[in-house]
Design a binder for this molecule. Structure first.
Ligand code: ASP
Length: 334
């Protein structure tokens, strides 16, 4: 008989581990207590628990991603797969962050959580946890997010529903598979290396700004002054306003001259940017050394910039790394 796989369940908080208190839900249960709700899991694998912190994911920061990555690195040899129980609100950012901190993992690293706490009568917690453990005990590879039966690439996840169980979507990339009745229906197996490459440094000085019609460029100037990189979510396939609201072009140019990194992306969820199409986009793309997100998610752009700027400040290197695909985060390149 095949030996059961060894899985490490890492608790970090979130709704899945929450209980109702006087001021609403807050994470109270640790990963061992979560496991008690799904005793049948011992039929799938041998599972151990560790609790790193108990946070609403609103409070999770890049330094917490690094702690999760470190816990996985320390336990990598001993386990066949990892499940991270996490709040849903920033899970897509953590999934992206871990995709850069742990690259090419041949073992599955699976994030999951729930829209309703595990102790509630109606809850998605138990199914999501079972599905996540099933994927972690399989031959899938790399960082993934498992939710409501979907298996999503870590760099492609986004929370697209704030309340329903169908909370996550895969953006500009197909699902890796589905989990149905405890079985994995696999569409894609992400590529992996023989051994993963771990990183431990992130530079969180990355800002994100969403354009709205008529907005003055003062916010962009401020964010460029106080950060190392600015991501501008513009409209459609991308461009900067050319009306006199301050001057976006000059503001971005000054930021670039001060050594800041500027990435243009779109606030449209699907299909990504293409600055070359319209004059409002092509004029900046041709004249300024900005970067373009193309089909990457904003979550992945944030995490990738933090990872890159944690390694180098050299503009050429930043550009090279930004356009080099990691975990299928970018398909449409320059
Ligand atoms: N606020 C919660 C969190 O992100 C929401 C959830 O887990 O669903 O921690």
């Amino acid at each position: 008989m095949m030996e059961k796989k060894k899985i490490l369940l890492i608790g970090t908080g979130g709704t899945i581990a929450s209980e109702m208190g006087e001021n609403g839900l807050s994470p109270e249960l640790n990963s061992e207590q979560l496991l008690k709700y799904i005793p049948d899991i011992s039929g799938i694998c041998k599972i151990s628990c560790c609790q790193l912190f108990s946070l609403d994911s609103t409070n999770i920061q890049p330094k917490h991603w690094a702690r999760v990555a470190e816990a996985i690195r320390e336990n990598y040899r001993e386990y066949d797969g990892f499940v991270i129980a996490h709040g849903t609100d920033t899970m897509a950012y953590t999934a992206a962050g871990l995709s850069y901190l742990i690259q090419g993992s041949p073992k599955p690293i699976v994030l999951t959580g729930a829209q309703k706490p595990i102790g509630f009568e109606t809850t998605d917690s138990k199914q999501n946890l079972r599905d996540a453990v099933t994927v972690a005990a399989s031959d899938m590879a790399g960082v993934m997010l498992v939710f409501n039966g979907k298996i999503i690439m870590g760099t492609r996840a986004r929370k697209t529903h704030s309340k329903s169980f169908e909370a996550f979507s895969s953006i500009n990339y197909p699902l890796l598979g589905m989990v149905r009745d405890g079985r994995i229906i696999r569409y894609i197996r992400p590529e992996a290396r023989a051994v993963p490459q771990f990183y431990d440094r992130m530079n969180p000085r990355v800002a994100l700004m969403k354009l709205i019609p008529g907005a003055d460029c003062g916010a962009a100037a401020y964010l460029l002054e106080h950060n190392d990189a600015l991501i501008i979510e513009s409209f459609g396939v991308g461009g900067l306003p050319t009306y006199k609201a301050g001057d976006y072009y000059e503001t971005v140019k000054a930021g670039l001259e001060n050594g800041k990194v500027v990435v243009m992306t779109t606030q449209v969820e699907n299909e990504g940017s293409d600055l070359s199409v319209y004059h409002v986009g092509s004029s900046i793309k041709r004249n300024l050394p900005i970067l373009e997100a193309y089909d990457m998610t904003t979550e992945a752009v944030c995490a990738k910039l933090m990872w890159i700027l944690g390694q180098t400040g050299d503009r050429k290197w930043v550009e090279e790394l930004f356009y080099t695909p990691v975990a299928c985060d970018i398909l449409v390149g320059k």
